[in-house]
Design a protein around this ligand. Structure first.
Ligand code: PHE
Length: 466
């Protein structure tokens, strides 16, 4: 079977931006912001996108382009060891879990698109969300969202993913800017801007460990880093693209969309005089629905808003489905059609569990996903830094001109040493935080350094370090 590739460089960039721009920017971001002290969160999150997200994204690009395989095949073939292939199964698990809750939220959005047009939630937004969010109806909408996703993936890399994102991304950008312009005219918009943008350093100081963990999870989630989707997308690349230039473009566009989405969402919440502090996955739906129900022209704006969210969600969900499809096609010779159909059946069931059990949904959507993304990224970083080593530098520089020459070696250090230590530190403090244990920072730093060293030593013993 010949493997497909992107038609154009823009096609790849738009597909990757499509994967990045999604519910993470519009729905999960305000939810996480509200749970973590408002604007204090934004600052840490932006710093982490730059310091962790971008180098991590480039590690995935390097692995993907060099191997031209899905994550399992990529790690196995580049290392000549099946043991790394087993590590490569982690992203398969991650994307399966991701899509199983993401598709449920995608279903909520479709439902709200329809309900905005009919005004179904206008009288009682709170009870409406309660009645539709979990249960048989949620399973139905999840199934529709999944079908749309599968339809695009079924059409292939060029005729499906590339074509769809080429249409969707400009539409999302244009509509979102229009929504932000409208939101700025709302009474109370200033309060929304302030909540979003006035950095609350006091909160940050008091809750540093938990904010750090949540911001890291969000930075990875929003850039689609740590899940292996970017390995998969880069595996359809030719040699002539500059990975650092493409990575920077993707990160900038994704961040812009995130900030503009914030400029839409927060003024809306404040215009409705609604409690922004209300957190949890449903808060945004309830609060926004209340705002749409009371504001003049709310119905039309609501339809536009949920249409944007539908496009954003689909352009991400296709990347989640593409990874296991590519895995089955590359490694087991399964035809795209059969792989897509079989996986969709699996997602139908897993999504239904999420749509019927709020506790499962909550755990998967926040804690579990954060941990899996961090673990996946750690594996990719160690792989690029220690298994590929010099080859990673070579791949990084390929097609990247003087920018590549200047950045390749510092990037390898960041990827092989600085970020693994930081990730281990953050995950340990995060897990301890969840468990309610409070340890001195010093002890945690010590633990972290020890764990990082042990990991490196183990790799060295396994003979996979250059
Ligand atoms: N980045 C996507 C979003 O913001 C979510 C995603 C995560 C997609 C990981 C693929 C892989 O919605």
């Amino acid at each position: 079977m010949t493997r497909e590739s992107w038609t154009t460089r823009t096609g790849f960039i738009l597909a990757a931006v499509g994967s990045a721009v999604g519910l993470g920017n519009v729905w999960r971001f305000p939810w996480m912001t509200a749970e973590n002290g408002g604007s204090a969160f934004l600052l840490v999150y932006l710093a982490l996108v730059l310091a962790v997200g971008v180098p991590g994204l480039l590690a995935e690009f390097v692995i993907g382009r060099r191997s031209r395989r899905n994550p399992v095949g990529a790690l196995a073939s580049l290392s000549d060891s099946d043991r790394w292939g087993v590590v490569g199964l982690l992203p398969v698990v991650t994307t399966v879990l991701l899509l199983s809750f993401y598709s449920v939220v995608g279903g909520w959005i479709l439902r709200y698109l329809v309900a905005s047009a009919s005004g179904a939630y206008f009288d009682a937004p709170g009870p409406y969300f309660e009645s539709v969010s979990f249960g048989p109806a949620a399973v139905g909408y999840h199934a529709v969202f999944l079908l749309l996703t599968a339809g695009i993936v079924l059409a292939g890399v060029r005729k499906g993913i590339e074509l769809a994102t080429k249409v969707m991304m400009p539409a999302i950008a244009a509509l979102l800017v229009g929504l932000a312009a409208w939101a700025a005219t709302l009474p109370g918009a200033a309060g929304g801007f302030e909540y979003f943008l006035a950095f609350d350093l006091g909160y940050l100081r008091a809750n540093f460990a938990s904010v750090l963990g949540a911001a890291l999870g969000q930075a990875l989630f929003t850039l689609s880093v740590g899940a292996g989707t970017m390995i998969t997308y880069a595996s359809y690349l030719g040699e002539d693209r500059s990975l650092p230039a493409d990575g920077a473009t993707i990160a900038v566009l994704n961040t812009l969309v995130g900030v503009v989405a914030g400029l839409v969402v927060f003024p809306l919440l404040f215009a409705g005089d609604l409690p922004v502090g209300g957190s949890g996955p449903g808060a945004l739906f309830v609060s926004l629905a209340s705002a749409f129900a009371t504001l003049p022209g709310g119905r039309v704006v609501a339809v536009v808003f949920f249409a944007v969210m539908t496009l954003a969600a689909l352009s991400s969900s296709i990347s989640m489905l593409e990874l296991p499809v590519a895995y089955l096609a590359d490694e087991h010779g399964v035809a795209r059609r059969d792989a897509t159909a079989g996986l969709s059946a699996l997602f139908l069931v897993l999504g239904a569990v999420n749509a019927l059990r709020p506790a499962v949904f909550d755990f998967v959507a926040s804690t579990l996903v954060d941990l899996l993304l961090a673990a996946g990224l750690l594996a990719f970083l160690l792989f690029a830094g220690w298994v590929l080593g010099r080859d990673a530098v070579e791949e990084f520089r390929e097609g990247a001109g003087s920018l590549g020459d200047a950045l390749a070696t510092p990037w390898l250090f960041v990827v092989g040493v600085a970020l693994p230590v930081f990730l281990i530190f953050t995950v340990i403090t995060g897990v301890l935080g969840i468990a309610g244990v409070s340890l001195g920072t010093g002890a945690v730093v010590g633990l972290t350094a020890a764990a990082a060293l042990a990991a490196f030593a183990a790799l060295r013993r396994a003979g996979s370090v250059v």
